[in-house]
Design a protein around this ligand. Structure first.
Ligand SMILES: O=c1ccn([C@H]2C[C@H](O)[C@@H](CO)O2)c(=O)[nH]1
Ligand SMILES: [Zn+2]
Length: 147
């Protein structure tokens, strides 16, 4: 995927910050917002949604992906994630695997610190899925010949 242009990048980061405001986090009080850019240029937002059973909690990244996929959108160009932490926070392992199902290994993943607008230098860490989930298992592995 080619480098995303600044306006789209800013829109995506802004959308992640907006999504964070809807985080349902009565237990952890740890707000997370995610925003997915589709290859058509659409932005789909997601927040973490916690549950009294704890295990029923869904992360912001998976909320965004499941929202998109359940609307028939399966091709993504970038993902942005932000929290209230003043340094960039990376997605959990389960989210990385779910992202792996739908996104290429070179897809940009933008990790924005809570204050990234004041700190555009170090506030956004730009990574890729391949960097966050090296030597991974994915859908194509199920297509390989088996003995
Ligand atoms: O990648 C992550 C990691 C954690 N959380 C949420 C889950 C839970 O609601 C809270 C604390 O783990 O943060 C996310 O949304 N994304
Ligand atoms: Zn997660």
């Amino acid at each position: 995927m080619e480098v995303i242009v600044t306006s789209k990048r800013d829109r995506l980061l802004q959308a992640a910050a907006e999504a964070k405001t809807f985080a349902y986090v009565p237990y952890s009080k740890f707000r997370v917002g995610a925003a997915l850019l589709t290859q058509d240029g659409e932005i789909i937002k997601g927040c973490n949604v916690e549950n009294a059973s704890y295990g029923g909690t869904v992360c912001a990244e998976r909320t965004a992906i499941f929202k998109a996929v359940s609307e028939g959108k399966l091709k993504f160009a970038a993902l942005a994630v932000t929290t209230d932490v003043a340094s960039p926070i990376a997605p959990c392992g389960m989210c990385r695997q779910v992202i792996r199902e739908f996104c290429s290994l070179d897809m940009p993943i933008l990790l924005a610190a809570s204050d990234y607008l004041d700190n555009k230098q170090d506030g956004v860490r730009e990574s890729t899925l391949g960097e966050l989930l090296p030597y991974s298992f994915g859908p194509e592995d199920l297509e390989k010949d088996r003995t």
